[in-house]
Design a protein around this ligand. Structure first.
Ligand SMILES: Cc1ncc(COP(=O)(O)O)c(C=O)c1O
Length: 426
């Protein structure tokens, strides 16, 4: 391995000697973000809708955070709507697409009936579950396109093949939270744009395109113009920001429909009413500024440390005992994610982690952490055999992770595995 890159950022974090390698689950606030939140709490506590100076100050901060998000994504400030988080943003897109479908069908001769959505089998629960719920209620149909076991990606041709006359939305995540595999969103948007022109001529409903960029922001290039999407989900706590989010919509309410889930006081142009959470929005703006300025340095550092982690795992356990679950030829993957299994009986990921004294990591998506020893459905969809998938560990490094952290984490894993094997010995 080459020379170590410097950790890019200090963090407000106390780990009492533990090594945190679970940055895909969440990230600690960057110190600049914590400062921005605190400053806004102290100085911009006014109601942003008030016309006096206290209100105007809060409104200005929100405006500048909106500009920071737009800059980070390559969009315009008016395309950003702040939300409580990624779950809300994803639900809003699904709700909008179904409503828009019904509105576009009203009064047409050849109504297409129920709205249909195309997504992949490896999306976050905040996409999968609302779609399943709509399916149970008979309000929408969904095709969950399986990822290819060769690439770990939902392939563009497979997604296009799932489109029907009544399709109103295609939603494909930009990078998967468990494997880190990056999906072909830009190519998909291009093809759907061409398809939409043909559909318009045939009187078929427009297909809206959404990507959930929760895992990609701060780890790689995210530009809405290059991606060509109508909607993009932003999740603050994945890039050292506060636990709120935003939805990018290309010209909301004009070029692209956006329908609120909540109704109230008219904030966020009534797309998402409710008195704005000024401090968190200010923090999200600061987190976006850091990403805009530094994402290439973050990416280079995390890639270096992640590659060092993978080399250290192989050196410590032996190549034949480590199976990397997200090495797919020809697919790009996130710079920070290492999903692997230590092969052998009794080495289920959850058991190994329970025997670790230093390492803090996970076996997959944090929101599935209560689901026992069942192998991750995401890994199974990627064609990983169940006996390998059940041993999976997901280690995700961050901006501040060092090679020394990696050394300690891997040593801890070695000791945990030795302990488990001793316990199994007759
Ligand atoms: C890919 C992805 N989408 C959406 C979410 C949900 O975001 P939030 O926690 O802000 O609701 C997450 C977070 O776990 C995620 O990883």
């Amino acid at each position: 391995m080459g020379v170590e890159t410097e950790p890019v950022e200090a963090q407000c974090v106390s780990l009492e000697g533990r090594v945190y390698l679970d940055y895909n689950a969440t990230t600690p606030l960057a110190p600049e973000v914590a400062q921005a939140v605190w400053d806004a709490m102290c100085q911009a506590w006014g109601n942003p809708s008030s016309s006096h100076p206290a209100g105007r100050k809060a409104k200005e901060l929100i405006g500048s955070a909106r500009e920071s998000l737009a800059r980070m994504l390559g969009g315009r400030p008016e395309d950003i709507v702040f939300t409580s988080g990624g779950t809300e943003a994803n639900n809003m897109v699904i709700h909008t697409a179904c409503r828009h479908f019904h509105e576009s069908q009203r009064g047409t001769k050849n109504s297409q009936g129920t709205p249909h959505v195309v997504t992949s089998t490896v999306e976050h629960d905040s996409i999968r579950l609302p779609l399943e719920q709509l399916g149970k209620e008979g309000l929408a149909e969904t095709t969950f396109v399986p990822v290819s076991p060769r690439s770990g990606r939902a392939e563009v041709d497979d997604v296009l093949a799932a489109i029907r006359p009544n399709t109103c939305l295609v939603s494909l995540m930009l990078a998967n939270n468990e494997t880190g595999v990056i999906m072909p969103v830009a190519e998909l948007s291009q093809r759907i744009c061409a398809l939409n022109q043909r559909r318009a001529a045939e009187g078929l409903p427009r297909i809206l395109v959404h990507t959930d960029a929760a895992q990609m922001i701060g780890k790689g290039r995210v530009d809405v113009q290059e991606l060509g999407v109508d909607y993009l989900t932003v999740v603050g706590h994945k890039f050292h920001g506060p636990r709120i989010g935003a939805l990018y919509t290309r010209s909301p309410g004009t070029a692209t429909p956006l329908h609120p889930i909540l109704f109230g006081g008219g904030q966020e142009r009534s797309f998402r009413p409710g008195t704005e959470n000024t401090p968190m929005i200010a923090g999200l703006g600061q987190a976006a500024e850091l990403v805009s300025k530094n994402w290439e340095a973050y990416e280079a550092h995390m890639r270096d440390v992640r590659d060092y982690l993978e080399a250290t795992l192989e050196a410590s356990f032996g190549k034949q005992r480590i199976h990397f679950n997200s090495h797919f030829k020809g697919s790009r993957r996130l710079c920070n994610t290492c999903n692997f299994s230590i092969l052998g009986p009794g080495l289920q990921g959850r058991r190994v982690l329970a025997h670790c004294k230093v390492l803090l990591a996970s076996v997959g998506a944090a929101c599935h952490s209560e689901k026992g020893d069942r192998p991750s459905p995401v890994l199974l969809s990627c064609g990983i055999p169940p006996e390998v998938a059940q041993n999976a560990l997901r280690l995700s490094v961050g901006r501040g992770t060092t090679r020394a952290d990696v050394d300690r984490a891997v040593q801890d894993l070695v000791q945990a595995v030795e302990q488990l094997e001793r316990d199994r010995a007759p």
